[in-house]
Design a protein around this ligand. Structure first.
Ligand SMILES: N[C@@H](CC(=O)c1ccccc1NC=O)C(=O)O
Length: 278
């Protein structure tokens, strides 16, 4: 797992074993350098998709032969966040016998509260202010945009968000899935009547109001789980709000292949570094 970097696992919360994050130190205390922070996907509930799934991308960014040659010198470190998860019917837990810290019973806003706490923990430790690129896959991309939608996070706004295969419109994707996604969306966000209020594509406020960063949205034509409506709708919302936006639809492979391989996410991060100041 990114073998030439020092890896440390930190607990940023005491309520759940999932309130942890991983740090891969490149030049962590150099405040002129940029952090790359990852939020995994897994539909807010999949216990198999955890912060360590960022490792292939880190390796691809550090490999000098790809699109990211020379990038290492600009990077302070990599961090990857876990957050509390919602219940998953394929991984049932008995509340009577499961230790409270292991029980997956999160419901919005628990996931986003944890993302905010995790980033606050990193800020306290390393003080990088806005010198970070926030990368999110699927549900993680949704969480990244939820983060910058609230003024409470103002001190910690990222210079850029890279959203890959993101889920941004819960009502829309649930309808297009023929109801197949209603289970995990309800587990994460409760009654469908409240979904639009918390879905990034449906936010009533303007994204550019609190966040001045650049949005990079990416998708794969071969994504079997998240269709093109999600990226198109989110791009339209960000464009309407006047955000700086770049859209890439050239990610390869199935929904989960991009983080399993890491090379396409590495390329997106490298392109993002070309667009930011630091
Ligand atoms: N493996 C996941 C499914 C999943 O990740 C997913 C399925 C449909 C649309 C988006 C998904 N992931 C988003 O984070 C699960 O079954 O919980």
């Amino acid at each position: 797992m990114a073998p030439d970097l020092k890896y440390t696992k930190h607990h940023y919360g005491a309520e759940s074993d999932l309130q942890v994050l991983g740090v891969w130190d490149v030049d962590a205390h150099n405040r002129s350098k940029v952090w790359v922070i990852y939020i995994h996907g897994g539909a807010w509930r999949d216990p198999r998709i955890i912060h360590e799934t960022f490792a292939p991308t880190i390796n691809a960014i550090l490999s000098e032969d790809g699109s990211s040659a020379g990038l290492r010198d600009r990077i302070a470190g990599f961090a990857s966040l876990d957050h509390r998860l919602s219940p998953h019917p394929e991984f049932p837990q008995d509340p009577a016998s499961t230790p409270p810290k292991e029980l997956r019973k999160a419901r919005h806003p628990d996931h986003i509260d944890d993302v905010r706490s995790g980033i606050a923990f990193l800020q306290k430790e390393y003080g990088f202010s806005s010198n970070y690129v926030l990368v999110g896959h699927s549900a993680g991309a949704c969480l990244a945009f939820q983060l910058v939608a609230t003024p409470a996070a103002a001190g910690y706004m990222p210079e850029a968000i890279v959203g890959i295969a993101g889920v941004y419109d819960f009502t829309g994707i649930s309808a297009r899935s023929g109801g197949a996604y209603a289970g995990f969306l309800t587990a994460a966000f409760g009654d469908p009547a409240g979904w639009d209020e918390v879905a990034p594509m449906k936010f009533s406020h303007n994204f550019a109001e609190y966040w001045k960063g650049i949005a990079i949205l990416a998708s794969s034509k071969n994504d079997e789980l998240v269709d093109e409506h999600e990226i198109d709708g989110m791009a339209a919302k960000l464009r309407k709000d006047g955000c700086r936006l770049v859209v890439y639809k050239d990610v390869r492979g199935s929904h989960h292949e991009c983080w399993e391989k890491g090379t396409d996410i590495a390329r997106l991060v490298a392109d993002t570094f070309k667009k930011i100041q630091t």
